[in-house]
Design a protein around this ligand. Structure first.
Ligand SMILES: [Zn+2]
Length: 204
């Protein structure tokens, strides 16, 4: 599929979160025509959070995404501008993310509906194939990279769309074939009539 023909946008995030507190987005990746991603500086110093929250954040770094709290690409305030630019650029597209929790949070962040890839047969990401901006080896080699996941999910969705197009195409061509045969029969029958009409006077 050519890039300009895409009607979908895939978004994924890696975050710092603790229980039901609002998650802090650490990495966000958006795949529309191209793959864009940011690694954000959290909005507050880690020591302004409770010990319980800091424990959860450290656990996420060690066991999941490998992103360090202090790792910086853009200030957190840039997230709003980034989201606005995505909304402007892809205003007429359908937005996708994987997992109900992410869909809910991203819907709030973007003010748009997100369709949940978990409601399709979209498989989990199994490897990291895309170069991430993070300098952390644990992150860039692991599967919990927003950039990597957005790219893999887009690849999956494009395959699904191509399959649907092929099926729709074969139905269309079957219909064309039936219409063509029907038209041929009508033309054949219509073609018979004048000759029969011509034949009859000759008999008279
Ligand atoms: Zn990454």
């Amino acid at each position: 599929m050519s890039q300009s023909s895409r009607s979908i946008v895939v978004v994924d995030v890696e975050w710092f979160r603790h229980k039901d507190k609002k998650p802090i987005v650490k990495e966000i990746a958006v795949y529309g025509d191209v793959l864009d991603s940011l690694i954000l500086q959290p909005p507050r110093d880690i020591y302004t959070f409770s010990e319980g929250q800091r424990r959860s954040f450290r656990w996420l770094t060690r066991n999941l995404h490998g992103l360090l709290w202090q790792e910086v690409d853009y200030p957190y305030s840039f997230l709003t501008s980034f989201v606005q630019s995505v909304l402007l650029r892809y205003s007429d597209r359908s937005f996708y993310a994987k997992g109900l929790e992410k869909c809910n949070h991203l819907s709030l962040l973007f003010g748009r509906h997100f369709s949940d890839l978990d409601e399709t047969a979209c498989p989990k990401v199994t490897g990291n194939h895309f170069i991430c901006k993070s300098g952390q080896e644990q992150h860039t080699r692991g599967i919990h990279c927003a950039r990597n996941k957005a790219a893999e999910f887009m690849h999956y969705l494009e395959q699904q769309i191509n399959v649907q197009r092929l099926r729709a195409g074969s139905r269309y061509f079957r219909k064309l074939d039936i219409t063509h045969k029907r038209n041929c029969n009508i033309a054949h029958q219509e073609g018979d009539s004048p000759s029969q009409q011509r034949a009859n006077p000759e008999k008279d």
